[in-house]
Ligand binder design. Structure first.
Ligand SMILES: [Zn+2]
Length: 104
């Protein structure tokens, strides 16, 4: 693996492929990026060419991942990442807390 992708050293962790699948399901990727993302799900990031990696990072990782929860600053697990980029950068816990406050 090696740490070429920065904080995404845990590429093979459970949840990463599911996260990518969620991104795909969102249908907001360009065709080329979609193909690259499918390739990552199928064969892993290491199967990408340098150019594909660049696109994958720029159009997927940089867009759909955050460094930590904007409220509690905890790292956000892959299983919560896609939702977090959609709800303003909150981990699951903080998102539920903020929803609760809204409805009280
Ligand atoms: Zn949080």
């Amino acid at each position: 693996m090696g740490g070429a992708m920065g904080h995404n050293d845990h590429m093979e962790d459970d949840g990463f492929n599911d996260f990518l699948q969620e991104v795909l399901n969102g249908e907001s990727l360009e065709k080329a990026t979609e193909g690259i993302t499918k390739l990552v799900i199928d064969k892993g990031v290491n199967s990408l060419s340098e150019k594909q990696r660049y696109v994958f990072k720029r159009d997927v990782l940089d867009v759909y991942t955050i460094d930590g929860c904007t409220r509690c600053e905890s790292p956000v697990p892959w299983s919560e990442m896609y939702a977090a980029t959609d709800n303003g950068g909150l981990c699951n816990y903080c998102w539920h807390m903020s929803e609760k406050i809204k409805h009280e």
